[in-house]
Design a protein around this ligand. Structure first.
Ligand SMILES: [Cu+2]
Length: 280
């Protein structure tokens, strides 16, 4: 039996193959702007989200085709010359058929969404045991505010809010093939960390620490966005996420940490927004 990922890939290909020529886009190679397609997935778990979107798209496309086909058939077969035999839909048979059809669609489409999304949450998305069991996992604290993302790495001492922390602005760097755990806080309004290429969306709420995790399977530069309208300059919350090789990442972190220690100012309280990492 094919796995969910291979079924998802086939559906994606089938949908892309059928729509590609209409949109005038070549299927070979990844366009810079994916246009009507989903952003290029570079995460290990993103296929789960894509599978659910694609299979749901397939379900509703089939339903749409059946309904339109049925109506067209009625238009062709019946008209002024040949009147259709009709009722008012209040017979027991009509009520039963209506309820049975609605339930079948609800159980199939929504039931599939419910069962598989619940399983995805339990197995991966909310399963922090996976990244925590990896000794190489990268931990990042993110402070969201109007209108930027501050990211904080613990530095060689492994503790947050100390002199060797690396702090960046709208610039998150992570190593490939390594779980990344992010804890987030907001100082003003609700923001939402959105990584389209990782299928990650997590609200950042003042007064609490929220978290997410993901793992990259390709190097490159990807977009960070805010998915909650957080004020007039919401659009400015655009950052860059760079996936580096492990060696590049380690070299960058070591150099940046050296710089941080030199520039550390214990009196600058606004700069010490980090918190003690919350183990679960
Ligand atoms: Cu925002």
């Amino acid at each position: 039996m094919p796995s969910r990922s291979s079924i998802g890939a086939r559906i994606t290909l089938a949908v892309a193959a059928s729509l590609g020529p209409c949109a005038g886009l070549a299927l070979a190679g990844e366009p810079e702007n994916p246009g009507w397609r989903m952003p290029h997935d570079v995460s290990t778990a993103g296929w789960r989200t894509d599978w659910l979107i694609n299979i749901t798209f397939l379900f509703i496309t089939i339903l749409f085709a059946i309904m339109v086909g049925w109506m067209l058939l009625a238009c062709v077969r019946f008209g002024a010359k040949r009147e259709a035999a009709h009722d008012y839909g209040d017979s027991r048979r009509a009520i039963f058929l209506t309820i049975a059809t609605a339930m079948a669609i609800f159980v199939t489409v929504d039931g599939n969404l419910f069962v598989n999304s619940t399983r995805d949450l339990e197995e991966v998305v909310w399963n922090f045991k996976i990244p925590q069991s990896d000794p190489n996992a990268v931990r990042i604290e993110i402070n969201a505010h109007q209108w930027a993302w501050d990211a904080r790495y613990a530095g060689p001492d492994g503790k947050f809010n100390t002199a060797d922390d690396v702090v960046t602005l709208d610039d998150v760097r992570i190593p490939i093939d390594t779980p990344v755990i992010v804890q987030m806080g907001a100082v003003d309004v609700i923001h939402c960390l959105y990584l389209p290429n990782f299928r990650i969306k997590q609200d950042v709420v003042p007064g609490m620490i929220t978290r997410t995790w993901f793992q990259a399977k390709e190097t490159g530069e990807f977009e960070i966005a805010c998915a909650q309208h957080c004020g007039a300059n919401h659009y400015k919350m655009r950052g860059l996420l760079r996936v580096l090789s492990r060696a590049e990442y380690d070299a960058w972190l070591a150099a940046a940490s050296n710089n941080s220690e030199r520039a550390y100012d214990s009196a600058d309280e606004d700069a010490h927004w980090g918190w003690e990492w919350r183990e679960i």
